[in-house]
Write a protein that binds this ligand. Structure first.
Ligand code: G3P
Length: 217
């Protein structure tokens, strides 16, 4: 299973890369806007830090404009993956970009049928948004499980990026559901390190060590 970081913050990316635990990065217009930097420069910096795929989203709504924007973004680095919204124009852009050798991540997926259409259009990745479904009282994990199960049955090739992850239990559940990738906010990634018994264990080891050293003096 691969872990991506869902952020456009360079400090967070640098830290997660140094921990050696992330395989890629996903961004979206909201995350980029938070950083207050020029998008293309920021994307280039992210790509310098990250060895794997980096998703960058187009803002246009027409196919022609999406393809134009995507080509510009893809020229920044070979690992750039274009995030395209789950619309008819978006999927038409996926087809055009696939023919140009540019990989797409179809975003804002909220149903199995949308996932199926994205896969048929040739999306390299598709991103169901768990947390936002949970917020409305629907099961985000249930959707990921449904997509992964049926995709396996038909050997559909798009990789599923479980997105809009809100807490560490989401990570466990999408792993069980068979998601190839989970994209995590930095806060959730940091929480994954935590266990009270680990902290207690370190505290005890250090206390015993220093007691033993006192006695040996
Ligand atoms: O990047 C897409 C997704 O992960 C956004 O998450 O928390 O804004 O629903 P959220």
């Amino acid at each position: 299973m691969k872990l991506f970081l869902d952020t456009a913050n360079l400090k967070e990316i640098e830290q997660a890369v140094a921990w050696g635990v992330i395989d890629g990065v996903t961004t979206n217009p909201t995350l980029v806007a938070k950083e207050g930097k020029d998008f293309k420069q920021l994307l280039a910096e992210i790509c310098r830090l990250v060895p794997g795929p980096v998703s960058a989203e187009v803002i246009a709504t027409s196919t022609v404009e999406m393809v134009r924007e995507a080509e510009e973004l893809a020229s920044i680095a070979p690992q750039v993956v274009i995030k395209v919204p789950m619309t008819p124009n978006g999927l038409q852009a996926v087809v055009a970009l696939r023919e140009k050798g540019i990989r797409c991540n179809v975003t804002l997926v909220f149903s199995f049928n949308q996932a199926l259409l994205a896969a048929k259009a040739g999306a390299a990745y598709l991103s169901p948004f768990l947390g936002r479904l949970d917020d409305l009282g629907y099961s985000g994990v249930g959707l990921v499980a449904e997509i992964c199960g049926i995709f396996r049955q038909y050997a559909l090739k798009s990789e599923v990026i479980a997105a809009s992850i809100r807490h560490p239990l989401h990570v466990v559940e999408v792993a069980r559901a068979g998601a190839q990738i989970a994209t995590l906010p930095f806060g959730v990634l940091s929480q994954m390190f935590k266990h009270p018994l680990t902290d207690l264990g370190i505290e005890r080891f250090l206390a015993d060590w220093s007691r033993a050293n006192q006695n040996n003096k």
